[in-house]
Design a protein around this ligand. Structure first.
Ligand SMILES: N[C@@H](CCC(=O)N[C@@H](CS)C(=O)NCC(=O)O)C(=O)O
Length: 341
């Protein structure tokens, strides 16, 4: 009893003395000791996570892994990518096979509770849509009564599909397939009238996998909210903080106009906020348990959120997705970092 009173008194004194150094948890320690981040990604989703023709992983989700590696090691290349199917991804995180999941995964209540995931900030606000062949002559999801629909198991997609048809009192015949390549090939072979998935994914599949992209349209309805976010295992707050603030750093940098090209110049800026953000004035690195140049390294090596969005899924890519909900809050979107204070 006396012991615990003394211990809490000591803890209080330590707190009062100022910012205690971050307390490392098991994942954070393991990642640092290993010298590589093990990141779970999609097997091949163009724009989000796919190896390029030289075998280098690229995409908006891949950039989240690179950002965390830049923060921990000062080197965005220190990542081992583990490609995971929809089915395998949650267990891979739960079992400790990966340190972080960055793979078009929707943040839901069940995943954040029963499945033991702890979500980092959303890196792409999406919704579920339908794609059909133009020759079907359908222009709205409301015309899909009686349709056969290709869908993959183990996804929120499968669950929302059933809900949507029940709620709209329409009939449909799901063609439920476990492997995603088989879902898309079944659709392109004409085995289903429609394919359903996250709208960004439909855009990627159309741009990259369709025999002729112009033969297909994505219907305008979004039948769900799909906030896609990286996730870590529960139980290591320091690790979750590091992943969380690495993503916020990319969002904050865009808001402040800090880019890969000007970050060096920005270290000389007079603005005290920028000085703290880039570690010229120390403090945030110590609080997170990493080098003070962590945010500088992220922006220098990976770029800010807008740069990553543009080159991977936006106007600088084949997908040409509009910023929409993924614009900065100052431009009417939902991308908003809490203060770097
Ligand atoms: N965002 C949804 C869907 C993400 C997802 O995994 N989609 C499927 C297609 S609907 C996919 O990418 N499958 C690829 C695979 O399993 O390899 C979720 O988190 O459940």
């Amino acid at each position: 009893m006396k012991h615990s009173i003394l211990a809490s008194a000591a803890a209080l004194v330590a707190l009062a003395a100022g910012a205690p150094a971050a307390h490392a948890g098991a994942t954070f320690d393991a990642v640092k000791a290993r010298g590589t981040l093990v990141c779970g990604v999609h097997t091949a989703l163009y724009g989000f996570s796919a190896p390029d023709d030289k075998g280098v992983w690229r995409g908006l989700d891949v950039d989240m892994c690179r950002a965390v590696a830049a923060a921990v090691f000062g080197d965005a290349t220190k990542v081992k990518y583990v490609p995971l199917s929809a089915q395998a991804r949650l267990t891979a995180l739960q079992s400790g096979e990966i340190d972080m999941l960055s793979r078009n995964t929707t943040w839901t209540l069940t995943r954040a509770t029963a499945n033991g995931l702890s979500f980092a900030p959303v890196n792409y606000y999406d919704g579920q849509g339908f794609m059909v062949a133009k020759k079907l002559g359908v222009s709205s999801a409301k015309q899909l009564n009686g349709a056969t629909i290709c869908v993959q198991t183990g996804t929120t997609t499968e669950l929302n599909l059933a809900d949507f048809f029940r709620a709209t009192k329409m009939e449909m015949k799901p063609v439920t397939i476990e492997k995603y390549e088989e879902v898309t090939s079944a659709f392109f072979a004409g085995r289903c009238d429609a394919i359903t998935s996250d709208a960004s994914q439909l855009a990627a599949v159309r741009a990259n996998d369709a025999p002729n992209a112009d033969d297909y349209i994505i219907l305008p309805e979004m039948i769900s909210k799909e906030p896609l976010a990286p996730a870590v295992r529960q139980g290591d707050d320091q690790w979750r903080n590091l992943v969380t603030w690495s993503i916020y750093a990319m969002i904050e940098a865009e808001e402040k106009g800090i880019t890969a090209a000007n970050v060096e110049e920005m270290t000389k800026a007079a603005d005290p906020n920028v000085k703290r953000f880039l570690g010229v004035t120390p403090g945030f690195g110590q609080a997170l348990g990493v080098d003070e140049k962590w945010a500088y390294n992220i922006i220098k090596q990976v770029g800010n959120y807008g740069e990553s969005f543009d080159r991977n899924v936006g106007m600088g890519s084949k997908l040409k997705l509009a910023r929409g909900l993924n614009a900065q809050w100052l431009n009417g979107g939902l991308m908003y970092s809490p203060p770097f204070r």
